[in-house]
Design a protein around this ligand. Structure first.
Ligand code: FMN
Ligand code: SF4
Length: 757
């Protein structure tokens, strides 16, 4: 009874308190509105704009509010509206860059002063180009400012009709002793967690970036504390600004490479600030524009490298309107090509080049009946591919950054080609000049929508259009990684120079009639070429000029198994396949040749070791890569006839057991192979010819500079041997038995959680 009484009193009290609180808030808000309507200016504080404040004790403008009531600071976090809407600068809007620093022993202060002066010269030098006006960048010492004035909400201009937008740059040394850095971090945490303040109260900033200084002699790795406070500040700024990281966190060792690292970071940051001035936003798709996920699992996708992709939803083909145009004579080809490519050419001004039917079959006498685009913009394939993150270039080429490129940018490991051949994943472009191929492999996720054919029957885009387009597409996608948490400024800067090209995305690169010209363009820019073909086009393979590494996919060891797994369109698929192996055999002393085996349990693993050994004996490739198929889906990717499930994905132990059996068989036959390297992370093992073992050590890596020298000296048809561009010894960590994970990076699982070694 008494309990009920006291409960009702308490309830009554709660109700009364709520009413009083509401009345009080209402009064407070009305008072505030009246005040601000009459006074658009800030109530106190100095104006920032024009004087250079480096040496001053800076006491700056503030958003001071009445202290008599709770203050609600509103940020402007925008939810996934698309990048362009992130921040819109009006004409003649003024942009103020604020450079914050802290320093105990003076080096960061010196660096920050030089940096600000350089930034000022650079920014003010180009103001006239844009509608925006850059105010002189201001340097602010974190020991001298009031955090409430800068790290709760952005400062406001003192002149109402002259709005200013702010961009923050923070240069911060790390200290594992108590310093001002701890106060700043504490302030940021409190602001973010303060229920009265919007979680992203700094979202009104144009953007921010952080550069950390540390000392790797005392704190060698990030795990051991190198630049740990800069990392923390970067993280909290991402939260407070609603992910407006405009450029990746930079880090430099003040005793070694800080100048170099800072120069890279400065270049990137300056470009971003300029871009903001021109466009009013952080750039296409930059997560910092307001639509990213500040979490570690943002890039979990159902893809693996090299186009061996399987996704959860099988893509349904839609009926497309059939072209009714027939070709009456050869001259009509030109007319039809012109009309069918009109929109694609508008942008480039480059016309498609003469069609070149690549079938070499003697029986095919009739030209195809229509010439159309392989992947028109209006097609379901186009929609499906772009949805999956592919950029379609012209009408039959594609580019996409693979998950390893993203992973390497974030210091989370590179693909097996770094471990085996020294390919930097963050400098690797994955592309194909032909999205079409002549197989319908069960493990190809595009089954059902991809264009297939035994002959090239589409409009042909010129190689320079493709080359320029895929590079632009790749760089655009790299730039989109700028604001992603964990991206390393150093790798980001390196990634803006493509050094490798994996021609293996999807489709069949040698199907493209001008593949040799395309390769010459790659090599002309010293971009290495790893070309994977499906062993169905022997004539094109025979006509192929030098590539850095030449692959054929070996998806099965015998005719029946290959028919079942690749579902080839060519009736003479097995003969074509064997002819390709013979071509590789001839090439083995001129090029690095590779067999790539993709193991699919239930399809091409069981009882096939002897058969694979026969194929190796026939083609004698320099290397044999063996990889378990990847599957990340919930339903069949191949439809009723050939769908895969998790049951088809071999465990790494099953892959290694297979490799050991194959290795044994090859040894028994005296073929001179051995297990050279592994990358357990991607379920991949490398068998190599003894030709690549020197002084008891495997040398699977490539001397890329030497490759280009040979190419330049002797031309793409020139004679040289793969041994001539053999690189240094395979690093110990990559050799068989050592796992193959790059020790510079941090292992994480698919959710971004750290995996202990
Ligand atoms: C007491 C002390 C503690 C430090 N702790 C760290 C640390 O935890 N992590 C790190 O990367 N560097 C650390 N450093 C290195 C400094 O961050 C580095 O020398 C920096 O450049 C100093 O900048 P300043 O001269 O502007 O203070 C420490 C240095 C000192 C003297
Ligand atoms: S080689 Fe290039 S495209 Fe292929 S997985 Fe590695 S980084 Fe990605």
């Amino acid at each position: 009874m008494s309990a009920t009484f006291w409960e009702s009193v308490a309830d009554g009290n709660r109700g009364l308190t709520a009413v009083l609180f509401t009345v009080w808030v209402y009064l407070w808000l009305s008072q505030r509105q009246t005040k601000s309507a009459g006074s658009p200016k800030l109530e106190s504080g100095k104006s920032l704009p024009t004087e250079f404040l480096a040496e001053e004790k800076v006491s700056l403008l503030t958003a001071k509010e009445s202290s008599s009531g709770p203050r609600r600071i509103k940020g402007e976090l925008r939810k996934a509206e698309g990048p362009k809407s992130a921040v819109q600068l009006g004409p003649q809007q003024r942009v103020q860059v604020l450079v914050f620093f802290s320093s105990l022993t003076g080096s960061t202060e010196r660096t920050a002063k030089q940096f600000t002066a350089a930034l000022e010269a650079s920014l003010l030098g180009q103001t006239s180009e844009s509608d925006q006006v850059f105010l002189r960048p201001q340097l602010l010492d974190l020991t001298q400012i009031d955090y409430d004035e800068f790290f709760i909400s952005p400062p406001k201009s003192t002149e109402a009709n002259q709005p200013v937008d702010y961009f923050y740059l923070i240069l911060l040394p790390s200290y594992n002793i108590d310093t001002i850095n701890d106060n700043l971090l504490e302030h940021m945490k409190e602001t973010h967690n303060d229920f009265r303040i919007d979680k992203a109260s700094l979202a009104g900033l144009l953007g921010y970036s952080v550069f950390g200084l540390g000392d790797q002699e005392g704190w060698p790795t990030e795990e051991e504390g190198f630049c740990f406070q800069a990392k923390e500040v970067d993280k909290w700024m991402a939260k407070l600004t609603g992910r407006k990281r405009a450029y990746p966190l930079g880090m430099g060792d003040s005793t070694r490479d800080s100048k170099e690292r800072l120069a890279e970071w400065t270049e990137g940051v300056t470009e971003v600030v300029r871009q903001i001035a021109k466009t009013g936003c952080l750039g296409d798709g930059v997560p910092g524009s307001g639509d990213a996920v500040e979490s570690d699992d943002e890039y979990v996708s159902g893809e693996d490298d090299d186009g061996e992709v399987v996704v959860d939803e099988p893509l349904q083909p839609k009926k497309t309107k059939k072209s009714t145009r027939d070709i009456d004579d050869v001259e009509d080809l030109g007319r039809i090509m012109k009309t069918s490519r009109a929109d694609a050419n508008d942008a480039t001004g480059r016309a498609p080049i003469a069609i070149d039917f690549t079938t070499y079959s003697r029986t095919s006498k009739k030209p195809p009946q229509t010439v159309k685009e392989m992947v028109p913009k209006s097609s379901p394939t186009y929609a499906a591919l772009t949805k999956q993150g592919y950029s379609i270039v012209g009408s039959h080429s594609g580019v996409k950054i693979c998950r390893w490129t993203k992973s390497a940018l974030r210091g989370r490991g590179s693909c097996y080609k770094f471990s085996f051949y020294g390919i930097n994943s963050h400098q690797c472009m994955e592309t194909t000049p032909s999205l079409s191929c002549s197989n319908k492999c069960v493990f190809c996720w595009r089954h059902g929508t991809n264009p297939v054919g035994t002959t090239w029957r589409w409009v042909v885009d010129p190689p320079d259009l493709i080359f320029d387009g895929v590079k632009a597409g790749h760089y655009q996608k790299i730039k989109m990684m700028r604001g992603v948490p964990g991206v390393r400024a150093e790798r980001f800067a390196e990634a803006m120079r493509i050094r490798h090209c994996a021609l293996s995305l999807v489709g069949e690169p040698i199907f493209y009639p001008h593949i040799n010209e395309f390769l010459a363009m790659l090599h002309g820019e010293r971009i290495s070429s790893f070309l994977v073909c499906n062993a169905q086009h022997p004539e094109q393979l025979a006509a192929l000029k030098a590539v850095t590494q030449l692959y054929v996919s070996i998806d099965a060891s015998n005719r029946e198994s290959l028919r079942r797994i690749d579902r080839p369109l060519h009736r003479d698929f097995w003969e074509r396949f064997l002819r390709c192996l013979d071509i590789l055999r001839e090439r083995r002393f001129r090029q690095r040749t590779v067999f790539r085996l993709t193991l699919v349990k239930g399809f091409n693993v069981e009882d096939e070791v002897e058969g694979y050994a026969d194929l190796v004996e026939r083609g004698l490739p320099c290397f044999v890569e063996i990889k378990g198929v990847t599957y990340c889906g919930t339903s069949s990717s191949g439809g009723k006839e050939g769908g895969l499930s998790m049951a088809n994905v071999p465990f790494y132990a099953e892959v290694t057991a297979f490799v050991e059996a194959l290795d044994r068989t090859l040894r028994e036959r005296g073929l001179g192979y051995g297990i050279a390297a592994e990358h357990a992370h991607s379920c991949c093992v490398l068998l190599a010819s003894e030709r690549f073992r020197v002084g008891g050590r495997w040398h699977t890596r490539i001397d890329y500079d030497r490759f280009f020298e040979l190419l330049e000296e002797r031309g793409p048809d020139g004679e040289w041997t793969p041994e001539e561009y053999m690189g240094e010894a395979t690093p110990e960590w990559a050799t068989w038995g050592n796992g193959g994970f790059d020790p510079r990076d941090e292992r994480v699982d698919r959710k971004g959680r750290k995996i202990e070694a």
